[in-house]
Design a binder for this molecule. Structure first.
Ligand SMILES: [Zn+2]
Length: 354
């Protein structure tokens, strides 16, 4: 995919570069840069990876059935990449160069949290005025209309560690401090803490304690899945958890909870909202309705792009699709022309601004 997209960007006249992801599988991020004659700096992004196993085409091959085109990853996010490449081709053929700079970024690790590309996305996004991110929009019949997206939750991992004291479980249990029992206490009393902090959600999903049956366990750990939709959510959650774990069931045990932030939440700014509203007007020009979607539980790289708050960021400029991360993924071919219209009109309009 990196070879393919880089070649296509070169053919469109971009200067291209490849960057290795800083963590993870060692795949390449592809960056294409176009220099124009205008004042605005625009960035378009999408991701090259999918969630499927190698060989998936054996059981779920590419196929066309009426308006639906099936294929693993076709909507999430090959459709987004296609919108970028084809919109730029249309604009090139029209001789459009009204930007100061136009940057295209395709990353290879979105589905694993962009752990190796997120910081770069954040840095590059901050050097632009507008970032249009090209994840799919939900196709009919699941959604009535195509949409642009203004919010997505961020992710984090919680880890609870309980330190107790080991002892012979048969001969001297009273000398031990049972980390497993304390862990159970702490899991119960922290399970609803996130409910009192708006914009956060935490669920304990993993636990481990004890190595052998006849020893009072000296350590126990648990892991939590955390979602966050507000900027300071993780800090507030951490503070509340720190307070809560002070209440011990077993004296002399020590419990700590640490939170490791993953992808930041995407919460569009007011300027992002205005841009999405302009998308609605553009869609109306071709007799279609565009919805504004406020928040999704899935995470997106728009969170990294939006984190610095410098660029105006809006998500879901990709094609309308369905079944991603599931089965029988498809795109609605009827969305191709409207989406290319939206992207090309949006780019040209953005560059007309003072
Ligand atoms: Zn995606």
């Amino acid at each position: 995919m990196a070879d393919f997209t880089e070649a296509r960007l070169k053919a469109l006249g971009a200067k291209t570069e490849r960057r290795k992801v800083v963590r993870g599988a060692g795949a390449d991020i592809v960056i294409g840069t176009f220099e124009g004659s205008g004042h605005k700096k625009l960035m378009l992004m999408g991701h090259m990876d999918t969630v499927y196993e190698r060989g998936i085409l054996g059981s779920q091959p590419y196929k066309v059935d009426g308006e639906r085109i099936y294929g693993p990853g076709i909507a999430d996010d090959k459709g987004g990449i296609a919108v970028v490449l084809h919109a730029l081709k249309i604009l090139k053929e029209a001789g459009w160069k009204d930007y100061a700079k136009l940057t295209v970024l395709f990353n290879p690790d979105e589905e694993v949290g962009s752990i190796g590309s997120g910081e770069l996305i954040s840095d590059i996004a901050d050097q632009h005025d507008f970032v249009l991110s090209c994840e799919p929009t939900v196709a009919a019949p699941a959604a009535k209309n195509d949409a642009l997206l203004l919010g997505a939750s961020g992710t984090a991992t919680g880890k609870m560690e309980v330190k107790g004291r080991a002892s012979h479980a048969g001969a001297a249990p009273q000398l031990g401090r049972n980390a497993l029992t304390e862990l159970a206490h702490q899991l119960l009393q922290t399970r609803d803490v996130a409910k009192s902090i708006p914009g956060t959600q935490m669920n304990w999903t993993m636990a481990q304690a004890g190595k052998v049956r006849n020893q009072i366990p000296e350590s126990a750990t648990a892991g939590a899945d955390i979602r966050v939709t507000v900027k300071d959510g993780l800090q507030r959650l951490q503070a509340a958890l720190n307070e809560k774990v002070k209440d011990k069931l077993i004296p002399d045990t020590e419990t700590t909870i640490t939170i490791e932030a993953g992808r930041p939440p995407f919460v569009a700014t007011d300027r992002g909202r205005l841009l999405a509203l302009e998308g609605k007007e553009i869609y109306a020009e071709i007799g279609r309705t565009l919805d504004i979607a406020e928040m999704t539980g899935g995470a997106t790289d728009a969170g990294y792009a939006n984190r610095g708050g410098k660029a105006v960021v809006v998500e879901s400029f990709g094609l309308a699709g369905y079944g991603y991360h599931a089965r029988d993924e498809y795109i609605d071919a009827g969305s191709i022309v409207p989406r290319l219209y939206l992207m090309t009109r949006m780019l040209t309009e953005l560059c007309k601004r003072k």
